[in-house]
Design a protein around this ligand. Sequence first.
Ligand code: PAF
Length: 280
Amino acid sequence: MQIINTVCGIREAINAWRVAGETVAFVPTMGNLHAGHLQLVNRAKKSADRVVVSIFVNPTQFGLGEDFEAYPRTELEDQEKLEIEGADLLFLPSVSDIYAPDVKTIITVTGISDSYCGSFRPGHFSGVATVVCKLLNIVQPNVALFGLKDFQQFAVINLMVRDLNIPVEILGVDTVRESTGLALSSRNAYLTQDERMKASALYVSLCAARDAILAGSQNYEDIEQKAIQSIQKAGFQADYFFVCRSSDLKKANLDDVDLVLLVAAKLGKTRLIDNVYFSK
Ligand code: PAF
């Protein structure tokens, strides 16, 4: 696996593949790789001739007082995992490789970026959209893969790619879970042993809400309230739990068929998000 730190370097390497007629799949990450990321790499290998992974802890998607400094950085272990998984190239830029000191351009996908996680983390999705746009411009992949655990992020990126006519196919890959149901996330590293046990309550609440809807329950507000009560009872402080339609993340109406349940909640100091999506 080649490891490249600069934008020029990566363009050169990828250009050589393109000249040879090879296609490129891209997996952007912030590192601290777990089985969910490796599943993205695995899918990427099936989607193109070459796989590029980036590791960049993007400062612009962290708000004031969030965990940018503390975010787990495990570069050597990550490199080993990517070698084993068969990635072709790791792009490991520094902040100054990605952002000019007087950066003037940010990308905001309006509307969708302000709701749910956006209302608890102002500016977060602009940071995500901006860095993903830059990374897509640098790598120019045929296909880019993102985990569906970050369902709202996936929706924001799809809209940005559509609106800016970025020539790339965006693929969403299913969430990988522990046997307890807890969705894999780099932030699980912050959980204590005790919190880790309790954390599965998030997925339990999602499944209970989904099952209630599938069983014919039509009172979505009641379902949301019950879910919030159940996660608070498990020790979480709930940010939100909503029944949404998966196409645009608007609150679901009773005639919407494709739904996603979105939840975010804090357990101690750790903020976790999760979702389940299904069709009625
Ligand atoms: O999902 C992530 O890891 C990040 O938000 C992403 C897409 C790599 C952008 O920094």
